[in-house]
Design a protein around this ligand. Structure first.
Ligand code: GLC
Length: 537
């Protein structure tokens, strides 16, 4: 790459960094334990920033570390302006943000606006104040149905299972789309708007570069809270507009937040966690005056199949073009089964996951990497029931998120493999005894490891002018494969279980599995991907 191109990439990165940033998700509780209590914390995360900088990511998203009774591991916030003692102090948060900036990485924090914790001062006051009070107006309290008001006010179900309503002393019910410990806020109340804008400013003033907006499709509920009329609403998530999700009114909130973000220097961003029923509806969250990014869960949900992947990639790219936004690719996070396991688990799952990483990182737009995916970690499927703690699992057994939240193995010793300081064995979820070879330390020295693959891919992505923001062109290729080019660059993917021969596209840059070449013909291994520099570039 010439100096001019490199310089141009720097300018681009400085001005529109989020359009093609690779953002690493730190699930703080499971990333690194700095103080030796078996739970990850800010001190631990700070001590691993050099690792993330060397991995080559542009930004780090930290899951909630605010004061919380941890009914949903921090997604139940009791004080949005302070740090929970489990995770450290406000000074630790400031130090982490400053250090990340020192490493040239941005920091994105989570904001949870759909609900608070039931320990939040507002909810405590609402319970105390009683029906009809201004304190109750900050939440969604209603009288029940039935003769004695002992039936919930409507038929809405909680995402975690069971009715979305809980009755309180005095007879009223309150709405909670998630756990009962997460009462929904009333976004018809201007006080709620003002409070959240002040919370955003609090963290922007400290120096965060943006927010991941939790349940960004929630907040606004259809007027009159109408019944849905059918059970199994959790299964309907993502296929229908429900009266409590993806309501049009929610976009006004994102517009107001965009104005707050834009009033700060340095392009501070908002990324929507929005489970919208279609790509078109998802694109509405990233209109020019709304948030900057929205996780592309349609891509995440697509099976390892070339035709289906191509369709979802095309749809994803086409729907954001009219609004001028980038696509935001994601394969895993703290709420879903890790993609190694989704794609078949074991060796097959890992092969596909490695190939999927190269596919994702070659696509136009921004990409998120969930901690541990760069190590090829699988979902831990055999956690003993008694150690599982996710509220979703407790209410709907067999459907928990603990298996993707197991602590990260850092060193090849014995469990917990350097997650906690030496001498600490008990971690909040146990690390499988077999994970030594998956640890960072084991993989760093191995050029064929998944960690080495991610590091190599991220280096090429940073340096190659074709990668990041932009467009792609599909090339004809045999069934079960994908081939696309981008300005002097080609990506080849084989999603089949058989080797596939293709004409050699150019010089090999990175491959998820060995590529053999005979003259001008290359042979792609089953379930593999490769990046090429085009000969005529
Ligand atoms: C989001 C979070 C998830 C949490 C839920 C409720 O989906 O990612 O972890 O349980 O919101 O806040």
């Amino acid at each position: 790459m010439t100096d001019v191109v490199r310089e141009a990439k720097h300018v681009e990165a400085a001005t529109r960094w989020w359009r093609d940033a690779v953002i690493y998700q730190v699930y703080v509780r499971s990333f690194a334990d700095g103080n030796g209590d078996g739970v990850g914390d800010l001190l631990g995360a700070r001590s691993r920033l050099a690792y993330l900088a060397e991995l080559g990511v542009d930004a780090v998203w930290l899951t909630p570390f605010y004061t919380s009774p941890m009914a949903d591991f921090g997604y139940d916030v009791a004080d949005y302006r302070d740090v929970d003692p489990i995770f450290g102090t406000l000074a630790d948060a400031r130090a982490l943000i400053d250090d990340a900036h020192g490493h040239g990485m941005k920091i994105i924090t989570d904001v949870v606006p759909n609900h608070t914790s039931d320990h939040h001062a507002w909810f405590v006051a609402a319970l105390r104040a009683g029906p009809g009070s201004p304190e109750r107006e900050r939440y969604i309290f209603r009288p029940g149905r039935g003769e004695d008001g002992d039936l919930p006010p409507n038929d809405w179900e909680s995402v975690f299972g069971g009715p979305a309503w809980t009755r309180v002393a005095g007879g009223e019910w309150y709405l909670h789309l998630f756990a009962p410990e997460q009462p929904d806020l009333n976004w018809d109340n201007p006080e709620v708007h003002a409070e959240f804008e002040a919370i955003l400013r609090f963290w922007l003033d400290i120096g965060v570069d943006g927010f991941r907006v939790d349940v960004a499709h929630g907040m606004v509920k259809a007027a009159g809270l109408p019944d849905i009329g059918s059970p199994g609403q959790v299964e309907m998530l993502g296929t229908a507009v429900l009266p409590y999700f993806d309501q049009d009114g929610v976009h006004e909130i994102h517009r107001a937040w965009r104005r707050v973000l834009d009033s700060y220097d340095g392009e501070r961003i908002g990324v929507a966690e929005a489970w919208a029923p279609s790509q078109e509806r998802l694109a509405r969250y990233v209109r020019p005056d709304e948030l900057h990014q929205a996780f592309n869960f349609h891509f995440l949900k697509t099976p390892w199949d070339a035709e289906m992947l191509r369709r979802v990639i095309d749809e994803s790219l086409a729907t954001v073009v009219p609004v001028g936004a980038p696509t935001t690719w994601v394969l895993s996070n703290h709420d879903v089964r890790r993609h190694v396991t989704r794609y078949g688990d074991g060796e097959t799952g890992l092969r596909r996951a490695r190939a999927a990483a190269l596919l994702m990182l070659a696509l136009p737009g921004s990409a998120y990497v969930y901690q541990g995916e760069e190590l090829g970690l699988p979902e831990v499927l055999d956690l003993p029931e008694e150690v599982c703690q996710d509220p979703q699992r407790l209410r709907a057994p067999g459907d928990g998120r603990d298996g993707c939240r197991v602590p990260i193995p850092w060193a090849h010793s014995e469990p917990p493999f350097g997650f906690s300081p030496p001498g600490i064995e008990a971690t909040w979820l146990p690390v499988p005894a077999t994970w030594g070879p998956l640890s960072v330390e084991s993989q760093l020295g191995d050029p064929d490891s998944t960690l080495s693959l991610y590091r190599a891919a991220l280096r090429v992505r940073r340096e190659h002018p074709a990668l990041g923001d932009g467009t792609l062109t599909w090339r004809d290729s045999p069934s079960g494969t994908l081939v696309f080019t981008r300005d002097g660059f080609a990506c080849t993917v084989n999603t089949t279980g058989e080797p596939v021969e293709l004409p050699r596209p150019g010089e090999l840059l990175v491959a998820s599995a060995a590529v053999t070449a005979e003259g001008e013909v290359i042979r792609l291994a089953p379930d593999s991907a490769a990046w090429w520099s085009l000969a005529d570039a």
